[in-house]
Design a protein around this ligand. Sequence first.
Ligand code: APR
Ligand code: PHB
Length: 392
Amino acid sequence: MMRTQVGIIGAGPAGLVLSHLLALEGIESVVLESRSRQYVERRMRAGLLEQGTVDLLCEAGVGDRLRREALVHHGIELMINGTRHRIPLTELTGKSVFIYGQHEVVKDLIEARLNAHGQILFESEAVDINGLDSDLPTIRFRGNEAIEELRADFVVGCDGFHGVSRAAIPSGAVVEFQKTYPFSWLGIFAAVPPSNDELIYSYSERGFALHTMRSPQLTRLYLQCATNEVIQNWSDDRIWNELHARFPDPDWTLNEGPIVEKGITDIRSYVIEPMRYRRLFLAGDAAHIVPPTGAKGMNLAIFDARVLADAMVDWYRSGRTDLLESYSGTCLRRVWRVQHFSWWYSEMLHKLGDGEDSSFQQQLQLSQLRYITTSRAAMTSLAENYVGLGVV
Ligand code: APR
Ligand code: PHB
């Protein structure tokens, strides 16, 4: 039986930021991660950080490489049936966004934790959580060979949407909210310089497409596709042809290059309320999922970790429980703002189907897009959500 102060399940951005912030205040944690270190450091995920997230990482002392290597973006483009419009984010809000892969964030945090002799147990899959009715809950996990146990003052589920933590909460103790969408995303990484300095969100008759990047040598592209789509049906040629068709600006060329990875992502919105059951707290994707349009997932996960770290530090220092009590409410106010933004931005940009009111919906989308690209007030609303609002 191992004993620690805070038992954290999952070495993604939420779990690692939490462990790091706690350590800065002298609180010990153990992070259990089902995958290997190499696997999590190479797993390509999200890649856009809000200014507030970057500030947080820098203040926590894990921003050196981020400051050197991240690409700073001061605007985004919307392409509407081939016509490009720029949203000048920094001019409108004073803030910027940053391109820096989630796996790079994870790498920096793992290095910081291990340098500080922090404990991250890789290839240690949490199986279940017991004793939530007591003051010392226990996580059972698959260790080297046998099932082992980790006992802690608190357990934090940072194990993503498909983890085990959420399932440890009795169903009567929480409410779940969810929405599905009639589309998925097909995403590729292409080993070729980005075709534009900024992201391009394209609304087209053939459906949504997004041009984004991870570095000056690596382009990330997405295509809206059907929910039942299988990647085997998408040859590299078919993907490039469809991408060219979805960015129908005759004066702009999409650079082609070797496709180094391709995959399909489900799109959904999900929230569990509250993000806590007794001594179990949920953070990040374990508690909420947003559609990827707008790239908010990693930012929300890191914000949850910050709020929870502050609450736990306060409890260990003074025994006060008020910040622990308000953890879920504080996070959920921001989560719901982001849920609304991600839903709204998704519904504006995707082809919504061929139902009987689809041509009506299409006219609404086009009107909304014209409004966003011509009214400074509407543009500012998009921009302030995009760069990240504080607590609302
Ligand atoms: N035991 C131990 N670890 C687990 C278990 C388990 N039973 N189940 C999942 N994990 C690990 C996963 O391998 C992963 O490394 O938990 C980690 C969860 O990390 P993320 O999925 O990155 O979740 P989070 O830290 O909340 O960050 C959210 O991830 O999916 C993206 O777009 C999302 O950018 C957002 C970010
Ligand atoms: C990404 O780079 O993966 C990304 C960027 C912006 C989005 C979605 C995804 O809105």
